[in-house]
Each structure stands twice: as C-alpha cells, then as structure tokens.
Design a protein around this ligand. Sequence first.
Ligand SMILES: [Zn+2]
Length: 390
Amino acid sequence: MLANVPGSIRVARIFGIDINIHFSWIVIFFFLVTNLSESFYPDQFPQWSRQKTFVVSAVSALLFFASVVAHELAHSLVARRFQMTVSSITLFMLGGVASLTREPPSARAEFLMASAGPFTSIVIGLASVGIAFAANAAQASVPGLQVVAGVAGYLGPINLVVAVFNLVPGFPLDGGRVLRAAIWGITNDRGQATRIAARGGQLFAGLVFAFGVAFVFGIVVPQSEVQGILYGFIGYFLWNAASSSLQQERLASVVGGAKVAPLMTTDFRSTSPGVMVGQVIRDLVLPMNLRAIPVVSGERLIGLITIGDLRKVEQDRWAMTPVDQVMTPESELATVLPDDALGTALERFGATDLPLLPVVKDGRLVGVLYREAVIGYVRMQEMVAPQGRR
Ligand SMILES: [Zn+2]
C-alpha cells in the first residue's frame, strides 16, 4: 500500500529508507504472537513445550514482519527507479505503507510500482508453501525440520492473503493503483482513472464496514464484537484513504500544471535572529497584522516566527528574548521551491496550519507563498474552468 501514516517510530534504515513502526502494529504483533502460541502451533504440534511454542511464535511473527517490509521495499525500489523518492516505510495495522514524495510520472511506472509489492508477497508465499511441503515430506527422517515446516506453513498462506488483500481493486490498496494505472494507460486520463479507482476503494471500504456490522450483530456470520470492531475500523480507514485521494485528485486537477513561482510574493517582511521579540511585535506583528514572519540571516532562511511562538514569551520578557530562541527552526519547517507544483504546496499546507510557506532556492529565501493566495487561485480556477475538467 502507498500512502502517508503519521504517529510512528523509526526502527531501522534499509537502502537509505527509514523503516517505521506505527503504534497499531505493536498491538497487532502482540495479537499475532498470542494467537500463534495459544492456538495455531499448539493445534498442530501439541508435543512442543510452552517455551518452544512461544519462541517459534515470536520468530514467525518477526518473519511475517520481514515479509511485509520486503513487500514495501519492492514498491520503494521500483519507485526509485522511476525517480520517485521514497522517504519511509511504515508498518501499521493493515501491513505497510511506503511514503512517496511524488506521484508516479506515467501509467507504466505506477503499474510496475504498484504490482511489485503483491508480486513479492506471492513469491514469498509460494516459496514458503514449497518449503513447508518439502519439510513435511522429509520430516520423518529429520526431526528438526518440524519447526521449519511449521513456520513455513504459517508464512506461506499469510503472505498469499497479504497479496490478495492488497490486490483488491480499490484505492489506496495496490490493486487500486494497478487499476488506476490500467485505466490511465488506456484512456490517457489520469483524473478519470483516479476517480474510478477511488470509487472502487470506497465501495470496498463500505463492504468491509458492512461485514463488521454483520459480525457485531451476528447477521449471516457468527456474532463477534471483536471481529466486528476490527472490520469496522479497517473499513473506516480504507474509506478515509480512498476519499482523501479523491479530494487530492480534485484539487490537483484544478491547479493543473500551475507552479509556485507566479503565486508567491517576493515583497515580504522578514526579521533577524538577534532581534528581540518585543521589537517584532511592535514593528511587524501589530502594525502590519503579520501572523508569521520568516527569520533570515543574510538571505538564508533560518526559521519562522509565528504568533503561536510569540505567545509563549511572557510580556515582561519581550525586551530580552531574541527571536531565534522561540522561532521554529528551518529544519522543522515545510518549505517549497519556486518550481514546485502548486499541488505540492497544497499538500504541505494540508500538513500544517501555518498561513504561509517560505519559498526557498539553494537555502536562500526568495519569496513567501500565502495560503490565501493558493485558496484564492483554486476558487478562481473552479469558477472559470470548464466543467468537463472536473
Ligand atoms: Zn503494497
């Protein structure tokens, strides 16, 4: 799956890609180990000691974790081949997500990138099934192979399930991307392809949610609140993800090929790191009603001071607190390049509540892009653009 997931911690770095774990995955990991050690392995191998069962269960869960990472790495490496940078991979409840910093450049690129993950899961799945069969056949002569047969017998089917789930043709699942790439390739209309794939995603989300309701009330399926809540939660997540890609596509089609540069303001006020907070409030914030002011050293952007930052300073300390003590440093700021697409700026604005984005080129602050300017532009386009474009 490919999307963005906030709320996770970094655990490793492979091929320069951060591997993150979302808190929900830790819960799933715990459930997996419990389920494996309480029923899956004891049912098949009742002769194993409790300790052995637990260790094999934990190893199995870790290997499953590694399979999901392999699935996401496959997406990421193909994405990288097509110059789409992948910043991180996050493991969360439904498996993994690779965060792309850019949308795929062509239908072919998206098709290859989206299918690489499920393809990897299928390969791991089939290989594990093969190993399980071979180990089972040889088990009579070599007793140690029982563990191999057990673990492979778990990894095989579960990787195939991961592949099948991800191939459901609805955004944001891999199958949705494959579907979008196929329609995009045939019709040459990315917008329409996204809308169809996202509707597919919403439809699937609705079905998953309905399944959850069926479980809660025991309609058709046996009653189970836990299963019901789990399915309801997955359905809700998938619905949100599909809807947000629909919304993003709508905005992207409205802003089209527009760039940041023509909409940015080059006539803006800035301040220096050593200036006292009181002076900024007296000279810039109050008379000009500025809610965020870039902090520069020479022409270099070193931070942004906002009303929120200024509020943290007690009034009796205004005269002795320099701006750089309370500003948001450049390293934590969302910025854009003059050549960036307006769609990129919209995404950055979506992730923050700042009224402006600094426009930076080679470390130099060359302008600021106001949120209102972008919103105004989008409204204007919506008013004048022909209906067919949306
Ligand atoms: Zn995937």
